[in-house]
Design a protein around this ligand. Structure first.
Ligand code: PBG
Length: 323
């Protein structure tokens, strides 16, 4: 009660503010998403993600070395697949010498200690741009889960440390865990996109990978943006099925979900600050309307405050330079 308590006393100096700050950012918080493309010496700009690029494998190796020097320890891989390799079964996703499988090996050869995480979903490989197999305009759950578990195994065989199913099919975490255990990949981890919403914030990412759905939307598998309680249930199911890390996606608009999970589960939580969140800040900063660096750090810190242990973010390198 005033005047016994004066909260401003605790904010009087920069030193005291530092001592009392509850949450901090370190490079150990970050997962760096990287987009990979076939070719040599290619660094392709993504117009809706200024400052972000698709890299060919030679430049991916150099990037891994440079990230490691900055103390960044985890890369999340996405590949842009050529149109002629896309079909409705995810055939190319299982190719042991496919772009993803070579990208994993490239990083592991360049920096053996780097944690390599891989996206497991069919959309970059799908002629329909959907995360699963399509029949009569519907995305089929169970046949998709079979392919996803084979895809995850193929990533593990190539050397991935963590497979990250982002497809939102039911039962895929269990199927992947069983597949990995059967093949003796006991230590390969699963980071499940467990509360992934049918969000409009993924637009720039779909430009980056040329993976926008060819018909309809993803609302029959990704979560309804109006739901909160369901996120806990989805996440609990993934944990029961064997997820080692769970994820909330997108980030900023879903901080309530991160906190709900933090209050109810013990499994480490990752937040994904998605492409649309990155694009919004880049656009506002380019207009001179927001201070890029300060807003970036404020947003990243908000994920920590909400309860995330890891943040997948396109700002990882820029933020690391400032902290
Ligand atoms: C694919 C996938 C998407 C993202 C990550 N994995 C797109 C989607 O579900 O349509 C989005 C990432 C981002 O927007 O940064 N399953």
């Amino acid at each position: 009660m005033y005047p016994l308590n004066r909260n401003r006393r605790t904010r009087n100096s920069s030193s005291m503010r530092s001592l009392l700050q509850e949450h901090h950012l370190t490079p150990n918080d970050f997962i760096v998403p990287l987009f990979v493309v076939e070719g040599k010496q290619l660094k392709e700009a993504i117009p809706s993600m200024p400052g972000y690029f698709r890299l060919s494998l030679d430049l991916l190796a150099a990037k891994a070395v440079s990230l490691w020097k900055q103390d960044l320890k985890a890369i999340l891989l996405f590949v842009k697949v050529a149109d002629h390799l896309k079909d409705n079964k995810g055939t190319e996703a299982l190719n042991p010498t496919g772009l993803m499988q070579r990208a994993i090996k490239t990083i592991k050869n360049a920096v053996p200690e780097m944690i390599v995480m891989t996206d497991v979903a069919l959309d970059p490989y799908s002629s329909f741009g959907h995360d699963g197999i399509v029949e009569k305009g519907k995305v089929l759950n169970d046949p998709t889960v079979t392919v996803l578990s084979e895809m995850a195994l193929s990533h593990a065989q190539a050397g991935a440390d963590v497979v990250a199913p982002s497809d939102m099919m039911d039962g895929r975490v269990l199927a992947i865990r069983n597949q990995l255990e059967d093949a003796q990949f006991h230590d390969t981890m699963i980071m499940s996109y467990s509360a992934k919403y049918a969000s409009a914030f993924y637009g720039p990412f779909r430009d980056a990978l040329d993976s926008a759905p060819g018909f309809g939307d993803k609302k029959t598998y990704q979560m309804d943006i109006g739901n909160r309680q369901e996120a806990l249930e989805e996440t609990q199911r993934d944990i029961n099925e064997g997820a080692d890390i769970v994820m909330v996606k997108p980030g900023l608009a879903y901080l309530d979900i991160i906190r709900d999970l933090k209050n109810n589960i013990q499994t480490p939580i990752a937040a994904y600050q998605v492409s649309g969140e990155y694009a919004m800040l880049k656009a506002a900063a380019a207009q001179g309307w927001l201070d890029h660096d300060q807003v970036m750090l404020e947003q990243l810190l908000s994920f920590k405050r909400a309860g995330a242990q890891l943040i997948a973010t396109y700002f990882a390198e820029e933020a690391t330079k400032l902290i």
